[in-house]
Design a protein around this ligand. Sequence first.
Ligand code: A3P
Length: 340
Amino acid sequence: MAHSPSYPLSKCLPSQTEEEMENQKRTYQYFRHLVSTLPRVGGFKRPFYCYNGWYARLPSLVSAMVAREHFQAQPTDVLLATCPKSGTTWLKALLFATVNRSSHTNSHPPLATLSPHQCVPSLEFSVYVNDRIPDLDALSSPRLFGTHIPFQSLPASVIDAGCRIVYLYRDPKDCFISLWHFANKFRAKDNIELWTLDEFLEHFSNGISPFGPYWDHVLGYWNGHLERPQKVLFLKYEELMQHPEVHLKRLAEFVGCPFTEDEEKEGVVEGIIRLCSFENLSNLEVNKIGRSELAIGTVENSIFFRRGEVGDWVNHLTPEMARRLEEITESKFRGSGLSF
Ligand code: A3P
């Protein structure tokens, strides 16, 4: 299996005139130039640029800027927002299966042959890429999109249209370990010396991580949730793992597709949880050997599946390292109402 078609975006790229394509290319060139003028953190093969208080690499930052300029949210849209490595893949699968459950047969759900990232495209990794600005009106509602863009830099239409946002966050220690493995997979592919935990921790603790600082990312959405609780739902990876049924029902209600009593009796909720479980998804052929085209290049879908557990950090972090992350979390979240 090579590159699967990017469903559902394949519907959104109608043939365009040379002039339209040229204009879109110019938009990307403009933002590429803009990003190249931003402060950057050196010492990396692919530097991080700092924009509006957060860090990202050039392709995803350019895409985020194009999204900010061109994404026209609809009130029925649902945005799945996360800091990288917080369980985006899982959340995408759960919401996609929930929202589309009436049109999917149990024997051939799209998730059996498409990665969750193909089913729910991310604004900055799959939608606004390749110098193209897709026509998203072709998607049926409710449209689901993933994003890592921090709350303060979301396209204005997301808030103006009142679309719903589901924010999933995760213990920063597990997030950090997951990110370290993820980053090292890219380094191994590029034949670059792997990050040591110490080096990586130093950057992460100083806020330098994709779409980070991690803590500001969570707090940005948390404040958004406090301001509009009916529009921003907050969910913890650890709680979702502990009580998947409770939280899936909460999610379904929030996005306007509550499970009926009959569905609950028929085991629809459990079925979706099973379909989207780490064990099931990570063993599907599409997620084992398939690939996806993202703004950061072609990636193997398997890169999004590692262990899928709570507390794997204990196998990697020394007590001092763990304490450092806990102290930062404690001081950043103090008084916010958030904790781990
Ligand atoms: P680990 O590296 O700790 O295993 P993201 O999807 O935001 O990139 O996050 C990836 C993390 O979510 C990885 O964590 C991955 O294994 C885990 N994950 C992927 N699919 C999952 C699922 N269906 N259930 C639980 N965790 C999952």
